[in-house]
Every structure is written in C-alpha cells, then in structure tokens.
Design a protein around this ligand. Structure first.
Ligand code: F1P
Length: 380
C-alpha cells in the first residue's frame, strides 16, 4: 500500500482501476458532454463555413468505420430528410475498394468523414482520394483535438470534450451525432429541432440517473447466449450500433435486424437465453409493438426502449426503458442509444471482462502501407 497517500485518494485510485470504470463514467457523462460539445460547436466556425460552402440540393457522401460507419448511416438518413437532398453513407473500405462505383466518374460529391480518433487509416485514405477527385467539401467530424484527419479535410468539426479514454465509442458517438444533427437543423432551418438542443441535456440527465441502475442490474442478472437488437428506419442503424456495443464490450454474439424482418426467418433463434431489444420508432410503433409480445410468447427475454410506453409493452417487456421526452424524435435518438451502452458494459462485467480493455480491439485501426485496396496500391 503506498504510504502517505490520503485514504480518499487511495480509494479513488483503486476505483479508477476497476474494470469498466472509464467506459461507465463516459456513458454516464453524456448529457453534460453533449452540452459542452454543442457549446464547442457553436463557438467554432464549422457552421458558418459549412453554410457558406455547402451546395444546397447537391448530394452528400458520408463515410466512417465501425461505430463511425453506423453513425454515418444515421446522419445520412437525417441529412436527407432535413436538407431534402440525397445523402449516402458507406464504409470507408467500400469507397477504397470500389471508387468508381461509389464516387462516379466526375468530381466526388461534398463529403463528411466521421472518425473519433481522426487516425483511422481507411478514413484518411478516403480523404486523400476525395481530394484527388476534387470533392468540393471534405468535412472531418472528430473528437481529436489534433489529428491527421484535419490536415486532409477542407474543414474539421472537433468535439474534443467528447473524446474518450475507452476503446469503445459511447459519448463520442452521441455527441458527434447531435453536432451533425445540429448542423443539418441549421442548414435546413428546422427551428423546432434547433430549439431542442439547449433543453436535451437537462432533460436526459435526470432520466439517465433514474434509469441506469435498473438497466445495469438487468444486464448483470441473466446470462444471454445471444443479443438481438431490432429497429426500423433510423433505429435500424442504431440497432446495428447497439449490437456492436454489446459485442465490443462483452465479446458476445449480437446482431441487428429491421424489426419486421425478424419474423422472416431470424425469429427461429428466439429462446429463453436470447435477449431481444426493441428500439421502438414513433412512426412504426403500431407495427413494431405486437412483435414484442410475439417474441415473449416464444420465450425470449425482451427489452424495450420507447418514448411513450403502452399497456401492451408494459405486459410484454422484461425491461422497459421509457424516455418520456417531449422533444423531436431526432433529438431523442441520442438518449435512445444509451441503454445498449449500459447493457454492453454490464454484460461484459458479468462475464468477468473489462469493457475498458475490450478483447482483440484497439482504439484505432491503423493499416500498414501495402499494395491492395488502399493507396500505395489503390485503384482510384
Ligand atoms: C472507428 C473504430 C471504432 C471501434 C474501435 C476501432 O474509430 O472502428 O468504431 O469501436 O474503437 O475504431 P474512429 O475512426 O471513429 O476513430
């Protein structure tokens, strides 16, 4: 035991070494982090520079890897709706493997590259490719205060306050989401959405304080052989991200489907040791809610994340997480992402793993320079 260290500091130091300490702290810090990250965005020049440079009604290309790719898919759907222009999301690897198919023959489209670290090789190489293909805008979206990404992008949105010690993306994911949502709400002049950003952190903080213990206890209580996440529309990509969180933090099998697609075959895996989590959307709730009861009848363990619960959901959910937020669904989506983060962390701890140091993972995926799909051997 180190002599001379104040007992309180000894306790704090021991706590900081506890498995999952950083990951859990980052998950629980999200409402406060969102407030700071949005303040950082408002204080920066990204919004003004983007508004000046963006071509309205021109398409956008949005790319990333891992969680940042799933975020790219969510942002592409949101930007398409708010800007009324086609926005397409792709994994960075696909653009490198099939540049002509992804970028067409002429100049590349205005683009957004999402990378928490700003160091992921595939993303950097897409940035170089977009420059060679004369993309009019290459907006980097990162949580790194300084990174190679900003040197290859034409402008960079940096949310350093949302960066993490952890390997797994949690608050960086939701903060980058809210910042990119804020940009589109401003460009698309969606005033109701714009007003929600200042309220959201103050509404989600007490909600999270009330919900987190029950969600974590639920993840610890049972042993699941498989975790399924279901969602329609935007929630499908949030379901993909949720499945990745559980896989990364707990080295567990997890997969995502469109909710109504689950009936067309995958439901064959419903069983007593399978957790099926429903991310209920506003516009498809009437079609999604009956499936919760169907899966419960097959013996599966059901968890539901919904804005307003119904008596049917209360009857058929083993875990019900109700947001009860009178805010636009696009703003609520950041809160909808949190239960799966907590589940992944608690399932990992239950398995005796350390979510702060996920098995087989590194915080950044860096590729050696070699011939093949990427420059140094790119076909582009
Ligand atoms: C992307 C990423 C993460 C994944 C892991 C490895 O990183 O693939 O999504 O969870 O941390 O890196 P980045 O490009 O967003 O830094």
């Amino acid at each position: 035991m180190s002599p001379g260290i104040h007992p309180a500091r000894r306790v704090a130091r021991a706590a900081s070494r506890a498995p999952g300490h950083h990951t859990l702290a980052e998950i629980l810090s999200q409402p406060a982090t969102w407030r700071e990250a949005l303040r950082e965005l408002n204080a920066g020049q990204t919004l003004a520079r983007l508004a000046a440079a963006a071509s309205p009604r021109e398409p956008w290309l949005i790319a990333g890897c891992g969680s940042s790719y799933y975020l790219a898919q969510i942002v592409a759907a949101v930007w398409t709706g708010l800007l009324h222009t086609p926005c397409r999301a792709l994994p960075a690897s696909e653009i490198l493997i099939r540049p002509e198919e992804c970028l067409g023959k002429g100049p590349a489209p205005q683009s957004i590259l999402i990378s928490r670290s700003g160091e992921t090789t595939e993303v950097l190489r897409v940035a170089e490719l977009l420059r060679r293909r004369c993309a009019p805008i290459i907006l980097g979206a990162t949580c790194a205060a300084a990174s190679p990404l900003e040197h290859v992008c034409s402008m960079t949105m940096k949310l350093a306050t949302a960066d993490e010690k952890s390997t797994v993306m949690t608050r960086s994911f939701t903060s980058l989401y809210l910042a990119l949502l804020r940009l589109a709400a401003s460009l698309g002049q969606d005033h109701a959405l714009l007003e929600s950003f200042s309220r959201l952190p103050g509404l989600v903080a007490p909600w999270l304080a009330r919900q987190e213990a029950a969600i974590r206890a639920f993840g610890r209580r049972r042993k699941f052989s498989n975790c399924v996440f279901l969602g329609q529309g935007l929630h499908y990509w949030l379901a993909q991200e949720a499945a990745l969180k559980v896989t990364e933090m707990s080295s567990s099998f997890a997969q995502a489907y469109h909710t109504l697609e689950f009936r067309h075959g995958p439901r064959s895996i419903a069983a007593r040791d399978v957790l099926i989590t429903f991310l209920i959307s506003d516009d498809a709730a009437a079609e999604e809610i009956p499936i919760v009861g169907e899966m419960k009848a097959l013996g599966a363990v059901t968890a539901v994340v919904v804005n307003r619960a119904t008596p049917e959901l209360r009857r058929n959910s083993n875990l019900l997480v109700e947001l009860a937020l009178d805010e636009p669904e696009l703003a609520r989506l950041a809160a909808t992402a949190i239960p799966a983060q907590l589940l992944g962390c608690s399932i990992g701890l239950r398995k005796g793993l350390n979510p702060d140091k996920p098995r087989n993972l590194t915080r950044v995926v860096k590729l050696e320079k070699k011939a093949g799909i990427v420059p140094g051997g790119s076909k582009a």
